[in-house]
Ligand binder design. Structure first.
Ligand code: HSE
Length: 435
């Protein structure tokens, strides 16, 4: 049946995602055959340990401990699934220079070196694809590139980190405190032993830089994205959020305003009625607004063997289907798709609503004094909640502000903190209105 040459894959790494890829190629072989009308075979695989028992049916002779045996072998596509910057960066450069197409799931590498690697791919007339780097199994990057190429994007919001979404969901629904929720996430394999890249917001920032770079046609350096993780979120914040009609999520946000894009990763109060509020546990979602298509919501598993393996396999299929394009066409398509020359400035001066929680001594005039400081800095209050005393004559005082500039909020809080009856500034969290 097969007149066309088989496509040979070299895989760097055989962990969770790579084994998902190989297993999908097995159990959906008929779908792969139908899609590309030729065989897809794994011919070389880099592993650390040759003797390890693996949950994939590959012959022992494909395994090697030498990355360059994979990169220099007679393969068509190199699939990089070892993660991290080094040595993945060197391996991908070597593969591209060797005129191999490359598929990767490596968000940190693409966020930091994506532009340079894309130029190298173009120079060598090969493709570099990285759908799995954002949102795991959610087909968002290729959809933006291929199916939304005529839209201007007004905003891109994402829940792009499953670990933090799992932790926050457990705190919200099962009443766990932050440490308990992290332990539960680790027990179930959603959080790593060292979860700092997830809970600190780095992982979501890498993904936002890739996603918004593509959506807004602008190279965005991950260091230009201000980020705040979820480490300071308390059970008390979660309870207030619920009472006020919100859920707290780690939000990756990109909003285009004129010639600027406001980008940030931050915990946010999301209105309970907003679709992103319903995204729970390890799930991810991307919510986009295009000027023609309007609002779109993509929802799915942001990690895991089969979902991420599925995204990697679709990139491979895309390359095989498009590989007959002439070399020049490939480079032109990429430039048209990426449009990285829009000259938008990355800014962070957006007007937002804020939730502010402080502890004060309960006596007459306190609320009035604080409200007048907010007024002085042009911060208008939308609502105030005062609860029962803590038992030491202090009370938690919670404000939701109207939209205000962060610098004014910070200046008002600086002055508020100096009042002798303000004993603690407990939390400050953005309330997202998706405007
Ligand atoms: N660590 C990521 C997350 C998954 O928690 O979503 C891989 O990108």
């Amino acid at each position: 049946m097969k007149e066309l040459k088989p496509v040979k894959l070299g895989i760097l790494g055989m962990g969770t995602v790579a084994s998902g890829l190989v297993n999908i190629m097995d159990f959906n072989k008929n779908k792969v055959d139908a899609a590309i009308k030729r065989d897809l075979t794994v011919t070389k695989v880099l592993v650390k340990n040759l003797g390890k028992k693996r949950n994939v049916s590959l012959p022992q002779e494909v395994y090697t401990q030498d990355a360059y045996e994979v990169i220099n072998s007679d393969t068509d596509i190199i699939v990089e699934l070892i993660g991290g910057i080094n040595p993945a960066y060197e391996y991908i450069k070597a593969a591209l220079n060797n005129k191999k197409h490359v598929v990767t799931a490596n968000k940190a590498l693409i966020a930091k070196h994506g532009e340079e690697l894309e130029l190298l791919a173009d120079k060598n007339n090969v493709k570099l694809m990285y759908e799995a780097s954002v949102g795991g199994g959610i087909p968002i990057l290729n959809t933006i590139r291929e199916n939304l190429s005529t839209n201007e994007f007004e905003s891109v919001f994402g829940i792009l980190n499953g670990t933090t979404n799992f932790i926050l969901t457990q705190m919200t629904e099962n009443g766990l405190d932050y440490d308990q929720a992290v332990k539960e996430a680790q027990r179930l394999g959603f959080a790593e032993a060292d979860p700092s890249s997830d809970v600190g917001g780095d992982d979501a920032a890498y993904k936002l830089s890739i996603l918004s770079g593509l959506a807004f046609g602008q190279k965005i350096h991950v260091n230009d994205i201000p980020k705040e993780g979820i480490i300071k979120i308390s059970r008390e914040d979660i309870v207030y959020a619920k009472e006020l009609g919100y859920n707290i999520k780690l939000l990756a946000a990109g909003i285009k305003k004129g010639n600027e894009i406001e980008l940030s990763v931050h915990p946010a109060f999301i209105p309970a009625s907003h679709p992103l509020s319903t995204v729970k546990n390890e799930y991810n979602a991307v919510y986009l607004k295009g000027n023609a298509v309007g609002e779109l919501l993509f929802y799915g598993k942001g990690a895991g063997s089969l979902p991420t393996g599925s995204a990697v396999l679709e990139d491979i299929i895309y390359i095989v289907k498009n590989v007959s394009s002439s070399a020049d066409e490939i480079a032109e398509n990429r430039q048209a798709g990426n449009k990285r020359e829009n000259n938008l400035a990355v800014s962070n001066k957006g007007y937002k609503q804020y939730y502010i929680n402080m502890e004060v001594i309960d006596k007459p005039g306190v609320l009035g004094s604080i409200a007048s400081i907010f007024g002085k800095y042009n911060v208008s209050l939308a609502s105030v909640v005062q609860r029962q005393k803590n038992g030491d004559n202090t009370v938690p005082l919670v404000f939701i502000t109207h939209e205000a500039e962060r610098k004014n909020i910070d200046a008002a809080l600086e002055e508020t903190k100096k009042l002798e009856f303000v004993t603690e500034l407990t939390s400050i969290i953005i309330v997202e209105s998706f405007k």
